[in-house]
Design a protein around this ligand. Structure first.
Ligand code: CP
Length: 315
């Protein structure tokens, strides 16, 4: 993602680990949070191609482009409203769009869609960046940047933290991206809380094992609620039927964040959620001081402005 690099796509959160990118994002996003506007996308156009529904990601990307003086073309249901409906392959659509835009923001149902799109453009020596806006059950790396930024803002650090990831952590791409991003920070411990059939996939657990990333597995928030610094909640991804058996009412209740459970958290501890929230958090939690998920979603705009600045700012 270095500005000097010809190909500056952002496909996976690991790209931001160990190379100073996070510090640059933090500094730029903090600045944009204060200033609100910038000029680095003046005379630039960004294509937003979304094959899956979105509220936060698409609108915050659009706001980020507009705030930086750029323009965008946006397809909110590309499977229906683009030539994908006539059978066009994603790679051909991407190649065509690369001539109309200076960057392409892609949300897709397939885990590897952003990588495939990036590789296809590179095979034509086309340097238009692809930004992964959430692909299948794979990754949502820009969400993890805003999660990382929010944790850094709240705690003043992203190391030495105990983080519970709770709910459907099997199919949730946000927790996968965040696990890669935070896992290499010293002193981070993950409490993975879910029904057994919704536990993290073996590839992430193998990553944890490979890098000695501290983690424990639980079935109920009650095991950890008093011990953690962050409770990162996720909803059940019902739109991704993959044969996973329904969880029992008892398991759902064990992973539900109620007011009573929040009251048991440490005073400094915080509740995060990438949203949308369905029924895994009791609504009254929204106004408790521990709940920072609206601040987390607000941070989507300055963090995406920072990413555009990093990827396109000096070209
Ligand atoms: N967090 C997130 O990706 O939300 P949307 O699906 O609304 O974009």
């Amino acid at each position: 993602v270095e500005k000097s690099s010809r190909f500056r796509s952002f496909i996976a959160s690991q790209q931001a680990v160990g190379n100073g990118m996070l510090e640059q994002i933090f500094s730029l996003a903090t600045n944009y949070k204060e200033k609100k506007r910038g000029t680095c996308l003046q005379s630039k156009r960004v294509a937003m191609i979304f094959y899956e529904p979105s509220t936060r990601t698409r609108f915050s990307f659009e706001a980020a482009v507009a705030n930086l003086g750029g323009t965008f073309s946006s397809s909110e249901n590309a499977g229906e409203f683009s030539s994908a409906a006539k059978g066009e392959k994603l790679i051909h659509s991407i190649r065509v769009m690369s001539a109309y835009a200076d960057a392409i923001v892609l949300r897709h149902t397939d885990n590897d869609a952003a990588k495939i799109a990036r590789n296809y453009l590179e095979s034509f020596n086309i340097a238009v960046p692809i930004i992964n806006a959430g692909c299948g059950k794979g990754q949502h790396p820009t969400q993890s940047l805003q999660d990382w930024f929010t944790i850094r803002e709240e705690f003043g650090r992203t190391n030495d933290l105990r983080i519970a990831m709770c709910g459907d952590i099997k199919r949730g791409r946000t927790v996968r991206s965040l696990a890669y991003l935070l896992g290499r920070e010293p002193g981070v411990h993950f409490d993975l809380v879910s029904a057994p059939q919704l536990m993290m996939e073996p590839d992430i657990l193998a990553y944890f094992a490979r890098h000695n990333i501290s983690h424990t597995i639980h079935r109920s928030l009650d095991d950890v609620i008093e011990k953690v610094d962050v409770v990162y909640m996720t909803r059940t991804q019902k739109e991704r039927p993959d044969g996973t058996p329904e969880i029992s009412k008892q398991d759902a209740e064990a992973c539900r964040l109620t007011v009573a459970r929040v009251e048991r958290m440490q005073a400094h501890a915080r509740v995060m959620h990438p949203m949308p929230i369905v029924d895994e958090i009791e609504e009254a939690v929204d106004r408790m001081p521990q709940a920072i998920y609206f601040r987390q979603s607000d941070n989507g705009v300055p963090v995406r402005m920072a990413l555009f600045d990093l990827l396109l700012g000096s070209t």
